[in-house]
Write a protein that binds this ligand. Structure first.
Ligand code: URA
Length: 173
């Protein structure tokens, strides 16, 4: 599972996340790590396009939290690739400060996070990796973030194709 922030105009029209330039970047990185959209599922933290393509507000994120938790439960991914600060803040514990996000983006090791599904309150433990959002790459097409995104996708792919080993190492299963 890959999670971004919110649909834009194209995504809204086609009801499919990551179209246009951002989508091309996602597809390129997937291809480079030997994967494709068919191998997984891509979702956004909020389901509706925020007006004038601004970042989703806290209350929009809160109102959509049940929806994204249900998607995670339904897709039941072994590892979640989190794209950018909005999804990071919405899904992961911690204060969501930009410095914290920047630190996590450099991480090559996945880490475990526990999500408590609203309503059922059943904790679901997952592995997560955070990396740069494609919109950031579009504005900063340099080697460092590019390499970091590539590495994150390689690790993401390795994790679900070697789920037994990764589960034992990071989730103690
Ligand atoms: N398109 C999406 O679907 N999600 C994003 O986060 C950005 C662009």
């Amino acid at each position: 599972l890959i999670i971004g922030d919110a649909p834009g105009e194209l995504e809204d029209n086609l009801a499919t996340p990551f179209q246009g330039e951002s989508g091309e970047i996602v597809d390129m990185f997937l291809e480079r790590c030997g994967s494709s959209r068919d191998e997984g599922f891509i979702a956004n933290i909020v389901g509706c396009r925020p007006t004038s393509d601004r970042a989703p507000s806290k209350s929009e994120i809160r109102r959509c939290s049940d929806r994204i938790h249900k998607i995670i439960e339904y897709v039941d991914p072994f590892v979640v690739l989190i794209l950018g600060a909005v999804a990071f803040k919405a899904l992961l514990p911690g204060n969501g400060k930009i410095s914290e996000v920047a630190k996590m983006r450099g991480e090559l090791d996945p880490y475990a996070f526990t999500l408590t599904t609203p309503g059922t309150m059943v904790p679901i433990e997952r592995l997560a990796l955070v990396t740069w959002h494609p919109a950031y790459l579009l504005q900063n097409w340099t080697e460092k973030p590019n390499g970091a995104v590539h590495q994150a996708l390689v690790t993401w792919k390795k994790a679900f194709t070697n789920a037994d080993a990764y589960g034992e190492l990071y989730l103690g299963e």
